[in-house]
Write a protein that binds this ligand. Structure first.
Ligand code: PLP
Length: 409
């Protein structure tokens, strides 16, 4: 108790801050959804733009469409930044879809997208099941998405690949209002074109679901041409900007022009108040960086590194879900090779060794999401730090050594 009183909060905050800076510089970061942003992105995030309220939208959209404008004065420069940010993101994905750069996070982007096209407590979402790699905001019962909408799901087959056939049969059976593609723990290419075809085949004059893609994890790969693009196929595309895109924490929504007004009003005033303009400035910086050729090279390295590391684990006798990866991440499944190991034990043990991973459910999971039978490994963060194939392969052997130690405990 006395130490609580004697220690000033300032000192304790400083100590925690310094420790986190040290942790980020010294540990091996293999969490697939994390990255290290540039100094320019950090500078934008720490800028005076955080001081400004700017509820609403710039009065004239970059494509000339008039909007209601802002609720406060003093927004003329903020307006320029937000419009430039929208234009830059259209360039990153080479699309003329409408863009909303205000969502505070990926979950907020999804919330607004649902609100734009679905009626709560009535309409249904069809999404990839959570224990097969889907995301909390895709209809989990503990999340708003699962509480506000009916949810049905499709899964992966025995090879760990999306069962595209089940998407069609689920659409016919459940008549969802939104068919959602996108995942947090799926290591293969998602065939957006095929899903569009399936949706079209299941549609009639009276029934036509929206096709929404949440590309949060793979957005950087789409930007760099390393993954099929959802643009042209999806009606709505959401993403985070802080994963493979290597920008500030935040979300983006893209949509076909005919949905622009619905999406904009679902973000504000529908589900958010004032936008985080310092984050929007940082999103613009992130887009500028993603347009550089160095970024494409970076993403190619991320993909090569993931595939080399996954193959090394396979060569050492581990089970990798779907036997490899096409993207920036893969799942180690211990259920058959190391049935005594849980993902939680592995995550905790590797934490003590300075290697950060996360436990993850595997297909046909028998343990709870708090235990799991696998871990997820991703290469974006350490590739940013300069790791190449050699470092990732040695890291696979280091992890193998620790797993053997853990198994022997
Ligand atoms: C990370 C992620 C999100 C959520 O992003 P937050 O910014 O954490 O809310 C949504 N969808 C998918 C597929 C994700 O991987």
């Amino acid at each position: 108790m006395s130490s609580f009183i004697e220690t000033s909060y300032g000192d304790r905050l400083k100590a925690a801050y310094d420790a986190e800076v040290k942790r980020q510089s010294e540990t091996v970061e293999l969490i697939a959804s994390e990255n290290f942003v540039s100094d320019d992105v950090l500078k934008a995030l720490g800028s005076c733009f955080t001081n400004k309220y700017s509820e609403g939208y710039p009065a004239i959209r970059h494509d000339g469409v008039g909007r209601k404008g802002r609720y406060y004065g003093g927004c003329e420069f903020i307006d320029n930044v937000e419009e430039l940010c929208c234009e830059l993101w259209q360039q990153v994905f080479d699309t003329d879809y409408h863009v909303n750069v205000q969502p505070h996070s990926g979950s907020q982007a999804n919330f607004a997208a649902y609100m734009a096209v679905m009626e709560p407590f009535k309409d249904e979402i069809l999404s990839m099941s959570l224990d097969n790699g889907g995301h909390l905001s895709h209809g989990s019962p503990v999340n708003f998405s699962g509480k506000m909408y009916k949810v049905s799901s499709y899964s992966v087959d025995e090879n760990g690949l999306i069962d595209y056939g089940s998407i069609g049969s689920q659409i016919k059976m459940c008549h969802p209002k939104v068919v959602l593609a996108g995942a947090s723990a799926y290591s293969r290419i998602i065939d957006f074109k095929l899903i569009r075809q399936i949706i079209d085949e299941c549609s009639t004059d009276e029934y036509r679901p929206y096709f929404m893609v949440d590309m949060s994890h793979i957005a950087g790969l789409v930007a760099a041409g390393c993954h099929q693009s959802p643009f042209g196929y999806a009606d709505i595309v959401t993403t985070t900007t802080h994963k493979t895109l290597r920008g500030p924490r935040g979300g983006l929504i893209f949509c076909k022009p005919e949905l622009a007004d619905k999406i904009d009003s679902a973000v504000f005033p529908g589900t958010q108040g004032g936008p985080l303009q310092n984050v929007i400035l940082a999103k613009a910086v992130c887009a500028l960086e993603a347009l550089r050729p160095e970024y494409d090279e970076y993403i190619h390295r991320v993909v090569w590194n993931a595939s080399a590391m996954a193959n090394e684990f396979i060569n050492m006798g581990y089970k990798v879900v779907s036997d490899g990866t096409d993207n920036h991440l893969f799942l180690l499944d211990f259920s058959t090779t190391h049935p005594n190991l849980t993902g939680k034990q592995v995550q905790d043990y590797l934490d003590t060794k300075g290697i950060t991973v996360n436990k993850n459910c595997v297909p046909k999971e028998t343990r709870s999401p708090f235990q799991t039978s696998g871990i997820r490994i991703g290469t974006p963060a350490m590739t940013t730090k300069g790791w190449g194939i050699t470092e990732f392969i040695s890291c696979a052997h280091v992890i193998d050594g620790y797993l053997k130690e853990l198994n022997a405990l």
